[in-house]
Ligand binder design. Structure first.
Ligand code: GDD
Length: 409
């Protein structure tokens, strides 16, 4: 049997995701019309003998309650949210719920970060892991040398795929092969975390008896029960025939910013084209809008037949799109109203916002730049004939003049 665990972090984690994380925990922000965490959960369904899926985080329990119960019914696999009272780090969080995870006596634990976008090749990875015979297997990916320092950089044996060397976000370049935040472990991972916890406690005790002040202050930096999977577990175990790598040749991205969520929404829409085409708008009826490329429209949204939509557009529940409107590369959240002849390009439009007639809301489309897309927070009103370019607008603002390259607080 296999148990899957998805690390969803907490409110102090998704800060780069503001202003969108002011309304909804980042793991539940919709990509391609489905909560971010829904995509790894769906991927877990393909794992043979999957017994349970746990989400571990320190968000309020009530924020996940509705989603967890609806997804459990839909997938017919128990999905549970387990809340940490405080952050324990990525490995510490896993360890604190070891009793729950081991209830099903799993032979393997699949561990996933919630903020990565991938095709999650879990069954193939599991097969590879069994062949390697180690304690853990990491999904890895090649990225550009300039971007590698945002990730864990690693060196693997080209013949055996053994993880030989691992450094988390190094200042000087090590390798363009990086850690994707997707793992398969045997239950021995808990002994490895326990060893680290024990070493930390011993060191803390040693410092308590020593009078060396500098060392004492160093113990304050991280609590003794805080264990990071990358620095504390992967780095020391590299080169010990315990950890192996499995390289994905399919898409993979990290979702830290709203700009990246727009890009990843598009990646998941194009995956739907292959895996679940029924979720995409077809636009082949007389009474539907003109659809270009991959588009998701929630069944409750009302889209005028003379509007033109796509590619990479995702429209959430109860949104209304007026006559002659044009939408390209955008996420339109619940209850948004887009009036006649408005244009939205390279943007995310927050819940209950409204965009007036003949208005334009647009970004330049650079998903990595701070102001590369335009983001409207919840309940922003853009009045008629106003142009908003490359800007971030915080919730509850009314824009009656045009703005460019601005952050409106
Ligand atoms: N429950 C819980 N508790 N989850 C946590 C905690 C915690 O205390 N700390 C982090 N997480 C979750 C985050 O929500 C995220 O899903 C995952 O654990 C990793 O978060 P970080 O530890 O902040 O690392 P990162 O996202 O900057 O980088 C990690 O992922 C990259 C791939 O996206 C590292 O593993 C990198 O090496 C890797 O390249």
């Amino acid at each position: 049997r296999v148990v899957a665990v998805i690390m969803v972090g907490g409110p102090t984690k998704g800060t780069r995701f503001r202003p969108l994380s002011l309304n909804v925990p980042k793991p539940l922000f919709p990509l391609a019309g489905q909560p971010m965490v829904h995509h790894p959960i769906s991927a877990c369904r393909r794992i043979p003998n999957l017994a349970q899926i746990y989400l571990i985080g320190f968000h309020e329990e009530r924020e996940f309650k509705l989603y967890v119960s609806s997804i459990s019914n839909e997938l017919r696999i128990p999905v549970r949210y387990l809340r940490e009272d405080k952050p324990h780090g990525s490995a510490g969080g896993l360890y604190s719920f070891r009793d729950y995870i081991m209830e099903d006596s799993p032979s393997h634990i699949v561990l996933l970060n919630c903020d990565v976008c991938s095709s999650f090749p879990l069954p193939d990875m599991l097969e590879a892991h069994k062949k390697y015979g180690g304690m853990g297997t990491l999904l890895v990916n090649k990225v550009s040398a300039e971007s590698a320092n945002q990730f864990g950089e690693l060196v693997a044996d080209p013949e055996t795929n053994e993880l030989l060397h691992y450094t988390e976000k190094p200042e000087t370049f090590v390798s363009d092969l990086i850690n994707c935040g997707v793992y398969i472990f045997t239950p021995n991972i808990f002994s490895a975390i326990e060893d680290v916890l024990k070493q930390k406690k011993d060191r803390a005790n040693l410092r308590r008896v020593s009078s060396f002040e500098a060392l004492q202050s160093a113990t304050k930096a991280l609590p003794a029960d805080f264990v990071r999977l990358d620095q504390d577990i992967l780095s020391p175990l590299a080169g010990k025939k315990e950890l192996y790598t499995y390289q994905t040749l399919d898409f993979w991205e990290q979702i830290k910013t709203p700009g990246m969520s727009l890009r990843c929404s598009g990646l998941y829409l194009s995956q739907f084209r292959r895996t679940s085409p029924h979720l995409l708008a077809s636009g082949d009826g007389i009474r539907t809008a003109t659809i270009v490329g991959d588009v998701y429209i929630h069944p409750s949204a009302k889209v005028h037949p003379t509007s033109k939509i796509g590619p990479n557009v995702s429209i959430s529940a109860n949104a209304r799109v007026g006559a002659g409107a044009r939408l390209i590369n955008c996420i339109i959240l619940d209850d948004v109203e887009i009036m006649e002849n408005a244009v939205v390009i390279h943007s995310i439009v927050g819940w209950k916002s409204s965009i007036g007639k003949w208005s334009r809301v647009q970004g330049e489309g650079d998903h990595n730049a701070k102001l590369g897309i335009t983001i409207l927070g919840e309940a922003v009103d853009v009045e008629d004939e106003v142009v908003v370019v490359n800007s971030i607008v915080l919730p509850n603002k009314t824009l009656n003049v045009s703005v460019q390259e601005e952050i409106i607080l």
